[in-house]
Write a protein that binds this ligand. Structure first.
Ligand SMILES: [Zn+2]
Length: 91
């Protein structure tokens, strides 16, 4: 493998910091199951579990799961193909 062809994940810090500093509930999310793009805030949220589960408003499959514990959190986005963020034009 050519080790000159990639950087380590720290090189993504600026871009990831920009994305996760915005209001994520306003982002568009494409469901990995049915392909519908909906705003994260439109997800059906289930809170009667060890964490929080967000389900697609169209097909009801799991979009994301979140678990919070003292000093840490887990975010499982495997039900989302991508998130789309509206950003200022200067980026
Ligand atoms: Zn869906």
């Amino acid at each position: 493998m050519n080790t000159d062809a990639f950087l380590d994940g720290n090189a993504a810090a600026g871009m990831l910091g920009e994305l996760f500093a915005v209001e994520v509930t306003a982002a568009g999310a494409q469901c990995a199951h049915c392909g519908r793009v909906s705003v994260v805030a439109q997800a059906r949220l289930y809170v009667d579990s060890p964490g929080v589960v967000g389900r697609c408003p169209s097909c009801e499959e799991v979009l994301f799961r979140m678990v919070r514990a003292p000093g840490r959190a887990w975010l499982d986005l495997r039900g989302v193909n991508y998130l789309e963020f509206a950003l200022p034009e200067d980026g």
